[in-house]
Design a protein around this ligand. Structure first.
Ligand SMILES: NC(=O)c1ccc[n+]([C@@H]2O[C@H](COP(=O)([O-])OP(=O)(O)OC[C@H]3O[C@@H](n4cnc5c(N)ncnc54)[C@H](OP(=O)(O)O)[C@@H]3O)[C@@H](O)[C@H]2O)c1
Length: 357
């Protein structure tokens, strides 16, 4: 296998292929220059062709090739691929991902291993250096493969916006109130009669995940350890009747004084290793800053940028109560930047860094 010099693409497997996140993998990998889907896995849909098993929610058709693939049950003893993407329910993922990691690279959207000390939560523009912990993971667990995770979909947009601000102003406290799309709850998710004409002011475990994961993602990598960032994060999470795109109102307190126009430029100009390496799924601008007083909006802005769904959109950037504070609104596409797209970009990065062969 290999993708250099015109050789064949890497074979990838998707575990949880028919779900909300799984469906995004089908679309994002359809014409991927390096990766090709070879195995689709599920439980309820096992034995059926993907096209017959899936309750497709996109406003476009599933890719023709994928529709014909017969979904298989998960069988870590017998299945093999160059790379496994996992978008399973977390409780299922815990056992299965560990078994595949004995031999193969696993890039996971699930929370099963996120907070393990030797497992990174990667947003490639923010903390590519955390990937080095794979060496320790392999050594200590005796795995030939590895597990790398992506964050919870709500953490993603927040962490992307915080990174350049923290680098510039040293963020001390973060208060975030979220308005989260229904696709974040998977399929069939929240019953329509509970969410239409309504807002649900609670999402189980979400507030704790946002706080913990943000500190880990923005932490330093040192001596084979990820040292948590010491900023404090308080989140209030709400489910709203939007299909895709999590909107978050953020208030930050900083150590250094903040200039609003300078902060906007810092956000606009932020770039990471994926942009430098020109990875196929890297958006030209990880953060798009809007100046209109009523943007970002989920329906209008979630697919913004050069790679739709991969840019985080920030707007309403303004001063907080004093010079050491800033307020803004951030939007990110929860199943793309918050899940499948981020995982594919991570896999591209890991391939370039030599962790996937
Ligand atoms: N939705 C988001 O915005 C989002 C964002 C970030 C992370 N995540 C995480 O990503 C994962 C998937 O989320 P989702 O929203 O896509 O969920 P979902 O719509 O409920 O999909 C779950 C998938 O897992 C499969 N599955 C369930 N039980 C299984 C089992 N025992 N063995 C094999 N396959 C099984 C289902 O296939 P069958 O029906 O064929 O069994 C389905 O394809 C979750 O861990 C979630 O927390 C989700």
């Amino acid at each position: 296998m290999g993708i250099g010099g015109g050789l064949s693409k890497l074979n990838v497997a998707v575990m949880g292929a028919t779900g909300m996140v799984g469906q995004q993998y089908m679309r994002l990998l359809e014409k991927h220059p390096w990766f090709e889907i070879s195995i689709l896995m599920g439980k309820r849909s096992a034995g059926k062709k993907f096209g017959e098993a899936v309750e497709w929610i996109g406003s476009y058709d599933p890719p023709t090739r994928v529709k014909e693939i017969v979904v298989s049950e998960i069988d870590p003893e017998r299945q093999a691929a160059d790379l496994f993407f996992s978008c399973l329910p977390s409780e299922v993922a815990r056992e299965v991902e560990g078994k595949f990691a004995l031999k193969f690279p696993v890039v996971s959207d699930t929370s099963a291993y996120r907070m393990e000390t030797d497992v990174p939560i990667i947003i490639p523009e923010l903390n590519a250096e955390h990937a080095k912990i794979i060496d320790r993971q392999r050594r200590e667990r005796g795995w030939k493969g590895f597990i790398v995770t992506g964050p919870n979909c709500t953490t993603t947009g927040l962490a992307v916006a915080l990174k350049p601000l923290d680098d510039a102003y040293n963020v001390r406290k973060v208060f975030v109130t979220t308005m989260q799309a229904v696709s974040g709850a998977g399929y069939p998710g929240v019953p329509s009669l509970l969410i239409i004409d309504n807002v649900i002011p609670y999402i189980k475990d979400e507030e704790e995940k946002v706080a913990r994961e943000t500190k880990k993602i923005l932490g330093k990598f040192q001596d084979e350890k990820i040292l948590e960032n010491d900023m404090m994060v308080a989140a209030s999470c709400n489910r709203v009747p939007v299909i895709d795109g999590h909107l978050e109102c953020v208030y930050v307190e900083t150590e250094k004084k903040v200039d609003v126009e300078e902060a906007k430029n810092i956000l606009r100009e932020f770039r990471g290793l994926p942009q430098e390496l020109k990875l196929p799924s890297a958006p030209e601008k990880p953060i798009i800053v809007r100046e209109e007083s009523d943007r970002p909006q989920p329906r209008r802005d979630r697919d913004s940028g050069s790679v739709p769904g991969m840019s985080v959109v920030v707007g309403r950037v303004r001063r907080g109560l004093d010079e050491n504070s800033l307020q803004f609104t951030v939007l990110s596409h929860n199943t793309i930047r918050g899940a499948a797209g981020n995982a594919i970009l991570t896999a591209e990065l890991l391939y370039k860094l030599g962790y996937i062969e």
